[in-house]
Design a protein. Structure first.
Lengths: 448, 169
């Protein structure tokens, strides 16, 4: 290959060898059963599909009825043309999604200030970032992903797998704590920062309790086999690790060797296990974990929502909402979840997304907002989300909590295709967005 | 097409090929499989959204590469490195000498070089496309850097392969 070539020369000897290598490996691979990887996703169920077809006629009526029942009431917000909807009947519940393109065209633009920094966070779900003690807590790899990027903590010792980083609301780094076990989830509660870590090939997850004022490790708890019920010998592959803490209990979602999700609750003072419960294999793996004063809440990739009683660590309620739960955010006054539902036509108008507001105590559905959000995050005063991909880019939506409707939208700074944000955190009057593919952390502040 | 059908179709069509491609970077099949499996799980969680992209397979490859590199770096640390290398060698003893030579030569390359070689020689991207693929909005990789990685990577692989040929001859 000439150095100036701008197109690949596939006749090159090295190129041929590499392609032969890929072909050889490809031919040796045995395709694993995907259902076993993620344990039973309802959208693959022919039975459910049959149910959908069998009630197709009823859907039209139900959808229309819900559209009317849930529609904007006169005088409760900006005047808009009625938005077209698409209905899905899943698990005995009819969910209605608004036309994404119409939502975008009718939502007023919001003035925002956004700032982005390079941040090589790797395991991105909503447990990759937390807010507490007035600052943002976020995890990063101790080494950059590749290319010229430099991690924030250049001084990290060679044994460190990752770092807990403290960021001021201005996005300046206030401190970094190197950790030996690879940090994969962070949360703030009971006056401490809690970090869940693991090491490929080694037994047991590690739960670090970090003092925010000194950035030192207060305690390290091994979540392992025996009474704690989890023995991750080696790596279990597809990981979805989460942590969340209340004033008395910290809960983590880890994966067992078989890939099922296990929710372990621990007393924050003694760090002893309260209980360890396993999500049944046919109900998906944990895709979200949140807490409010009433309970811990777990969402799964198969659309199941679990309520876990903090005092006992026991599951006290299970319900199915949608095909899969993509995010959930519990506050004292509401439980917000985003779910996947059936796609409609055209797909760019009905990408199969919906946002539900639930009762924060018993998870009864309060309102199907019909908003096609992929991610949602709420705190005491704000509810924000990422709209399903719309033509031309990604949009962040500010939700009017009382109406369950969009107050306004703003585009995210990066519009390159296939760069969907990984998570969003509503905190400190703004929205914090992580994008692992871009290795970017963005703070969007809404101008009041 | 039903959502699950489209997803299944992509999974069935792309899984093995992606494992082969990621293998160029990891040089360890089990590591490549782990990365591709995790990428497909992430795809499943947000399939409704990614399905609208022009090339969902490219998204999976990029995510799998990120995961593979992350895992590679983690495995580089401490005692795990030994296990991985031993496992890789045990796994590969039954494979042909040529393939083992190529794997050993690949392992000697920095991971950024392997990444660029994969994108150029296997995926078929141009230097400019590789530059775009490996850049982030806040850290642009220069096209000259990519050319340098490709040049050095190719030279080292070529030397390793030709020296083996010389010996065999």
């Amino acid at each position: 290959m000439s150095e100036n070539d701008m197109t690949p020369n596939l006749k090159d000897a090295v190129g041929r060898e590499l392609q032969n290598l890929v072909r050889t490996v490809r031919d040796e691979v045995t395709l694993p059963d995907f259902a076993k990887l993620t344990h039973g996703h309802s959208s693959f169920s022919p039975k459910r599909r049959f149910t959908i077809f069998s009630v197709a006629a009823a859907l039209v009526i139900l959808g229309l009825s819900l559209s009317i029942a849930l529609g904007d009431q006169p005088g409760d917000g900006p005047t808009t043309t009625r938005v077209e909807t698409h209905a899905s009947f899943i698990g005995g519940i009819t969910l209605v999604s608004d036309n994404l393109q119409q939502v975008l065209s009718q939502s007023p633009p919001l003035a925002v200030h956004s700032k982005s920094i390079h941040f090589p966070v790797l395991d991105a779900n909503h447990s990759a970032i937390a807010f507490g003690a007035g600052d943002i807590w976020i995890l990063q790899s101790a080494t950059p992903l590749g290319g010229p990027a430099k991690p924030l903590g250049d001084s990290a010792p060679s044994w460190a797998c990752g770092e807990l980083v403290r960021l001021a609301p201005t996005m300046t780094v206030k401190g970094a704590l190197p950790l030996r076990f690879c940090p994969a989830a962070v949360t703030f509660g009971a006056g401490s920062v809690w970090v869940l870590g693991y090491q490929i090939g080694l037994d047991g997850y590690r739960l670090y309790q970090v003092a925010p004022e000194t950035m030192t490790v207060r305690s390290t708890t091994v979540i392992d086999g025996g009474p704690n019920g989890v023995t991750p010998v080696g790596d279990t592959g597809a990981k979805q690790l989460f942590a969340v803490a209340s004033s008395r209990v910290v809960a983590v979602a880890v994966q067992s060797t078989t890939g099922t999700s296990q929710i372990v609750t621990l007393n924050v003072n003694t760090r002893t296990t309260i209980a360890s419960v396993t999500i049944p294999a046919d109900r998906g793996i944990a895709s979200a974990l949140s807490a409010n004063s009433a309970a811990f809440w777990v969402g799964t990739t198969a659309g199941y929502l679990y309520r876990i009683e903090p005092a006992t660590g026991a599951i006290t309620r299970t319900q199915m909402i949608g095909i899969g739960i993509t995010s959930l955010s519990a506050t004292s006054n509401a439980l917000w979840i985003t779910v996947t539902v059936d796609q409609g036509r055209p797909a760019n108008a009905y990408p199969g997304l919906d946002t539900i507001e639930l009762n924060p105590t018993n998870a009864a559905i309060v309102r199907d907002t019909r908003l096609p959000l992929i991610l949602v995050s709420a705190n005491g005063s704000d509810v924000e989300g990422i709209l399903g991909r719309a033509r031309g880019g990604e949009y962040i939506a500010k939700i009017d909590r009382k109406r369950g409707a969009i107050e306004g939208v703003a585009s995210t700074p990066f519009k390159a295709p296939a760069y969907t944000p990984d998570t969003i955190l509503a905190a400190d009057g703004g929205a914090w967005i992580i994008n692992t593919n871009l290795q970017v952390l963005t703070k969007v502040t809404f101008m009041r | 097409m039903e959502t699950s059908d489209a997803y299944s179709d992509l999974y069935l069509r792309s899984y093995a090929t992606l494992v082969g491609q990621i293998f160029v970077v990891t040089t360890d099949r089990s590591e490549a499989e782990e990365a591709v499996q995790e990428a497909f799980v992430r795809l499943w969680v947000r399939w409704q959204q990614i399905a609208q992209y022009e090339n969902p397979e490219a998204w999976v490859r990029r995510v799998a590469l990120n995961i593979a590199i992350k895992r590679w770096r983690r495995n580089q640390r401490g005692e795990q490195l030994v296990k991985v290398v031993v496992r890789a060698l045990v796994n590969e003893t039954a494979k042909s000498d040529d393939r083992l030579d190529l794997q050993v030569a690949l392992r000697a390359l920095p991971i950024s070089h392997r990444h660029a070689l994969l994108l150029h020689y296997v995926v078929g991207l141009s230097v400019q496309e590789i530059t775009d693929e490996m850049s982030t909005p806040l850290h642009r990789v220069k096209s000259g850097t990519v050319k340098s990685w490709l040049h050095r990577g190719r030279a080292q692989l070529s030397a390793a392969l030709s020296s083996e040929e010389d010996i065999n001859e």
